[in-house]
Write a protein that binds this ligand. Sequence first.
Ligand code: CAA
Length: 241
Amino acid sequence: MSRVALVTGGTRGIGAAISMALRNAGYKVAATYAGNEEKAQAFRNETGISVHKWDVSDYDACGAGIAKVQDELGPIDILVNNAGITRDAMFHKMTPQQWHEVINTNLTGLFNMTHHVWQGMRDRSFGRVINISSINGQKGQMGQANYSAAKAGDLGFTKALAQEGAAKNITVNAICPGYIGTEMVLAVPEKVLNERIIPQIPVGRLGEPEEIARIAVFLASDDAGFITGSTISANGGQFFV
Ligand code: CAA
């Protein structure tokens, strides 16, 4: 029986690459999306991967959505917490709404999702939780006090939960992508991207979503059973921890 994987924000960007890579590796995959109906349906039509709409910042919606996915595919063995948003602004211009939206999605979303699959993973003595953090949670980024705080929080969450899951054969790891060529990064003002960001990447280019997806596939595999609480950076040499 193939294992079941759920990827949040799994119909676009890095999440879509992870959904497809897991599917190609033989898993049964479901992907969530929050708002972009058109992209999600196109993704489903192209890949055959089932797509489900809910907001990861809503605890009850996560519970209801996960129950539906589990009815359809079976118990979730692998959870990839990928869904994330940006609301970039210099701190002196950042609104409480911009702060809360990012914290609620990018940090509390991990609690909301993981909490609903955790007991099942404990009961079955197997689980893989893969949290997509960010280089900007490691190093901080101007214009992203909200995002950097949430993504750094994701790393603390990963390390604490790894300790709780270890005895039950549940691994919890984080991936910190650098700047990857997705809509999120391409939304950065062109001048800032070309003059301030790309010159700071030693390999001289943005990353590809598939370069992150391959790490997720490895972390999901039995081969990665001794890796837990880890942070894997993939940033083209832009930042070393
Ligand atoms: N690195 C270095 N300098 C930066 C910068 C960055 N990432 N972002 C902005 N700056 C600089 C600008 O070049 C500008 O400097 P100059 O006045 O010398 O030209 C100064 O900061 C102010 O910037 P703006 O004029 O753009 O100010 P603004 O108030 O109009 O906009 C901003 C501020 C919203 C933060 C905008 O600059 C921006 O979007 N910056 C990009 C922030 C960023 O890196 N976001 C990452 C998004 S991708 C992501 O989050 C995925 C991931 O995990 C990596």
